[in-house]
Design a protein around this ligand. Sequence first.
Ligand SMILES: NC(=O)c1ccc[n+]([C@@H]2O[C@H](COP(=O)([O-])OP(=O)(O)OC[C@H]3O[C@@H](n4cnc5c(N)ncnc54)[C@H](OP(=O)(O)O)[C@@H]3O)[C@@H](O)[C@H]2O)c1
Length: 249
Amino acid sequence: MTARRSLITGASSGIGTAVALELATQGHALWITYTGRQEAAAEVAARCLEAGAAEVRVSRLDLRDAASVEALVAEITEAWGDLHVLVNNGGVCPYTAYPDIDLDEWDFVMETNARGTFWLTRAALPLLRAAEGDRSVINVASIAGQVGALATGMHYAASKGAILALTRSFARHLASEGIRVNAVTPGAVDSAITANLTPEARTKLESGIPLGAFGQPEDIAWIIAGLASPRAAFVTGATYDANGGTRID
Ligand SMILES: NC(=O)c1ccc[n+]([C@@H]2O[C@H](COP(=O)([O-])OP(=O)(O)OC[C@H]3O[C@@H](n4cnc5c(N)ncnc54)[C@H](OP(=O)(O)O)[C@@H]3O)[C@@H](O)[C@H]2O)c1
């Protein structure tokens, strides 16, 4: 049987690495991207092959740059011609307090996280349409997009709220073609992003987590792998929380 083909953005680190490894154990062919950490991405690729990936390709992607997004899609089109799973995970998260957010930083965050997710999903649609069987997009949003900025900047919260709206919009738009679109909304997870927190901010965040500790990238990866599975065939337009109880409706 041919392997399912999956693209994971921002797989050089954190949650993206964990997703790549999880899908590798399921035998997916993987296309992973990095932005600054090329060596780390090469290491992740080697670990994925060891873990059982059918194939691993690595590209640089800057979601803020439409030409970079389009070049990646052109590469995949030439090499594979189709795609079963798109995981929109790559993103940036400055902790700038709101009075200090200037227009350049606002644009940087919105263009990377929100516009990048929109543009890559739009560009990858022909690849998803070309694939046979279950196809889905999983967007990594954040609890900040649901409840507003806790420790992160307001621009980050706004960008993740936009990703949730895009998830629902694409889910409606693509349901008739059988392409599913879902989101995960992690709370605080140990990664390069949260390594930038001050000790005080970390303690404050931790005290707001009823389960008592930050999550790990693997805690998010299995949900993404579940949503990417054909067994989730009836799930679209959904948002899956993983936040240690920080937000309970
Ligand atoms: N950690 C948390 O607490 C948490 C909570 C909620 C949501 N999230 C979301 O989870 C996702 C992954 O974050 P993480 O926690 O795993 O952080 P991370 O370890 O810093 O990983 C971020 C990834 O995004 C990539 N990236 C950075 N700028 C990019 C750009 N312009 N275009 C494309 N990719 C870019 C990075 O690439 P390089 O390293 O190669 O530059 C890296 O692979 C993000 O969308 C984040 O907002 C994280």
